[in-house]
Design a protein around this ligand. Structure first.
Ligand SMILES: C[S@@+](CC[C@H](N)C(=O)[O-])C[C@H]1O[C@@H](n2cnc3c(N)ncnc32)[C@H](O)[C@@H]1O
Length: 272
């Protein structure tokens, strides 16, 4: 973040620039730890990498900058065409190929990727029945035998009732409620042990984990509230007027929920 971005973020969060910088300083060792884990995960990988659910492409950019070799290949997926289009325009890189696709129907041959990875995506996965093992089945098909499968996601470890104990946890319930508005199911937040069970269920061997304990973000509630106010018209456009009640309830809950952060976890294993 440059000085201008820090100033804008501090203002939107109702905190001082000093507080903002202090928080960014606390993130530095965590960024180093994240880098070290990713280096380990990528160390034995050969062949193209497949990223699921790129969203706005922040992680895609990080993968291209640090972990995809100059002659390497990164397939990324995004199921929403308008989001995919923006990403392609924002990241002009000849190593990147965008697949506009749901994780359950990937247009790639069997065993064509050496590594499958996705960040902050599975807890947001929307499907007809909420069965994530089923939703991920095609990405396992696309992974070569011996290839590495990496889930990197938010976890609710440390909380009994994450929605009332953490504003970020309460925020995540919104995705579950939005999916329900469409008659669909969103997986939502889970514990680390649930991810391990999922990896076992999908048949991966040598499962390993590593957790990044994230610091509480100063001004999180104010930042998110302002952000949601700005985004309200976009929510109404996509989900209709009924979304207003969900947003109102989120604002109300935010006022009484501590601004506690969620940890992030890596869970990875090899395809047999
Ligand atoms: C929070 S965003 C991802 C953020 C991004 N990976 C990053 O690290 O910056 C969650 C993404 O999951 C995608 N998603 C939801 N359900 C999905 C599904 N069934 N298959 C594939 N992607 C899905 C959404 O389209 C959205 O882009």
């Amino acid at each position: 973040m440059d000085e201008k971005e820090i100033l804008a973020w501090a203002e939107a969060s109702g905190i001082s620039v000093e507080q903002a910088k202090e928080y960014l300083k606390i993130l530095e060792p965590l960024d180093k730890k994240e880098d070290a884990i990713l280096r380990e995960v990528f160390s034995g990988a050969t062949g193209p990498v497949l990223e699921l659910s790129a969203g706005r492409g922040e992680f895609t950019r990080q993968l291209l900058e640090k972990f995809i070799k100059p002659e390497g290949k990164l397939y990324t997926t995004e199921r929403l065409p308008e989001v995919a289009e923006k990403l392609v325009q924002a990241i002009p890189d000849k190593r990147l190929e965008m697949l506009v696709s749901d994780s359950s129907t990937l247009p790639l041959p069997d065993g064509s990727a050496g590594l499958v990875i996705f960040r902050a995506a599975l807890h947001d996965f929307v499907s007809d029945d909420g069965d994530v093992a089923k939703a991920l089945k095609d990405s396992v098909r696309v992974l070569a035998p011996g290839g590495t499968f990496v889930i990197y996601d938010k976890i609710k470890d440390g909380y009994k009732d994450v929605e009332t104990e953490s504003a970020e946890g309460r925020m995540e319930r919104m995705n579950v409620e939005l999916a329900a508005l469409e008659g669909k199911a969103c997986w939502g937040l889970h514990y680390l042990k649930d991810y391990i069970s999922l990896m076992e269920k999908m048949g991966f061997a040598g499962i390993q984990t590593s957790v990044l304990v994230m610091p509480d973000q100063p001004g999180y509630v104010k930042y998110m509230t302002g952000n949601l106010h700005e985004r309200r018209p976009a929510y109404v456009k996509r989900w209709g007027e009924k979304v207003n009640a969900l947003l109102d309830s989120l604002y109300a809950d935010f006022q009484k929920t501590p601004a506690k952060a969620l940890s992030m976890a890596f869970i990875w294993g090899k395809k047999r």
